[in-house]
Design a protein around this ligand. Structure first.
Ligand code: HEC
Length: 141
């Protein structure tokens, strides 16, 4: 019986070391993932304003009837960034709503590392602002 203790001890120690190492590499992986997410989102600091519920609804309908969902999805990336990721980057306030509405009308490239968003010259400024208000309302969901 005494003879068995040595190998058993070594076995238990190596099991312990192995499981710690495994746990550490998992933690490292999730840190790199978080960093990647941060580098992608590039959250801009700023105040959130309360968004008009009517405008959000109007924007949701306008987005559904436009071509936005050809390239965007709410939660996942597609040809363009996910609406929820856009909402994570930009504070929900007038400055960014106006900025993003201009981007939708003029088209955008280089902000997210995707190819390009085609311009939407037919979309009115106030409609583009409603659409963007809907997108930014997905912040924190
Ligand atoms: C042809 C595909 C396509 C269509 C259609 C499209 N988008 Fe985009 N959108 C993109 C791509 C690609 C990007 C990222 C561009 C970049 O990296 O700057 C983007 C980016 C955006 C952004 C973020 C811009 C920025 O500067 O961060 C908003 C907001 C947006 N789209 C809203 C819309 C809305 C609203 C519609 C519908 C009217 C729409 N998109 C239609 C492809 C598209």
């Amino acid at each position: 019986m005494k003879k068995m203790k040595g190998p058993l001890f070594i076995f238990l120690i190596s099991l312990l070391v192995y499981s710690c190492a495994e746990k550490k590499s998992l933690e490292e992986k999730s840190i790199t993932l978080n960093q990647k997410e941060k580098d992608y989102i590039k959250a801009i600091p700023g105040e959130d304003q309360e968004l008009d519920a009517e405008l959000i609804k109007k924007g949701e309908v306008l987005v559904a009837y436009s071509d936005c969902y050809d390239c965007h999805k709410e939660v996942n990336r597609a040809k363009g960034p996910a609406f929820r990721d856009i909402a994570k980057r930009y504070p929900a306030n007038t400055i960014y709503i106006e900025h993003l509405a201009r981007q939708v009308i003029r088209g955008s490239k280089g902000s997210w590392g995707y190819p390009v968003m085609s311009p939407h010259p037919q979309v009115k400024k106030e409609d583009a602002e409603a659409m963007v208000t809907f997108i930014l309302s997905l912040r924190g969901q």
